[in-house]
Design a protein around this ligand. Structure first.
Ligand code: ZN
Ligand code: ZN
Length: 236
């Protein structure tokens, strides 16, 4: 399977990652990616960037060497109302918002509370995808989430980094198949924390085979599908 973009990439601004955007663009070129999203951790992650960084990202980064660059964030869900850790004015300027539960900003394991928070988040914000549902794992009732995913065209991420070999893929596969059968789409991302990890989807590809997903199920297998996902006609 061929992938034309990688929409979950961290730079040195995340504090736990090691690449500059120019280095990331270099690897993206080598790997024939046409579009990428820069998605550093939101400010609830203790060593990540201030909201001013995200404003500046939106102002300064659009494309480089023929590669489209979507300014984004891997934002953290921080409370039961589903609020994210960037103010609305910063979020409005970003074009790729990933919503994520992380252990440093979310410790509730009650399925009802997790589900209510995620649903409220997806309704409130212009979220494009939900990060790594499989790891870290917070139990969710996806039957309550699916209608919002379909209505707002939100993708579920198949995250290469989170598909650790020592984790049981069976549970995530069951979730993925249930979502696929309802028409939910997926996006395959590296979650790169080092430039050479950009566009590395090796484990994700294994998982896709295990789930028997097709190109049609996955948004970043064609530029046309990516533009449609972003609500664009021919990239305009
Ligand atoms: Zn994450
Ligand atoms: Zn990440």
């Amino acid at each position: 399977m061929k992938f034309i973009g990688d929409f979950h990439i961290h730079t040195v601004a995340s504090g736990d990652a090691f690449g500059t955007i120019r280095e990331i663009v270099g690897v993206s070129q080598e790997r024939n990616l046409k579009a990428i999203a820069i998605t550093d951790h939101g400010p609830a992650m203790p060593i990540s960037a201030h909201k001013y960084y995200f404003n500046s990202l939106a102002d300064n980064v659009r494309s480089d060497s023929g590669i489209l660059i979507y300014p984004g964030v891997e934002a953290n869900i921080i409370d039961k109302k589903g609020r994210l850790d960037l103010p609305d004015d910063a979020l409005h300027r970003l074009e790729y918002i990933i919503a994520a539960f992380h252990g440093f900003s979310w410790d509730n394991e009650d399925v009802e509370i997790n589900t209510r928070a995620l649903k409220a988040c997806l309704i409130r914000y212009d979220v494009k995808s939900i990060a790594h549902l499989n790891y870290p794992f917070f139990e969710l009732d996806m039957t309550q989430i699916i209608p919002v995913l379909l209505e707002k065209k939100i993708a579920i991420e198949i995250n290469n980094k989170a598909l650790k070999k020592d984790l049981d893929w069976f549970i995530f596969r069951n979730t993925v198949l249930k979502l696929r059968d309802k028409g939910v789409k997926f996006i395959v991302n590296s979650d790169a924390h080092y430039p050479l990890q950009v566009g590395d989807f090796a484990r994700a590809e294994e998982f896709i085979k295990y789930c028997e997903l097709t190109e049609n199920d996955i948004i970043n297998t064609s530029l046309a599908r990516v533009f449609k996902y972003f609500g664009l006609r021919n990239g305009e």
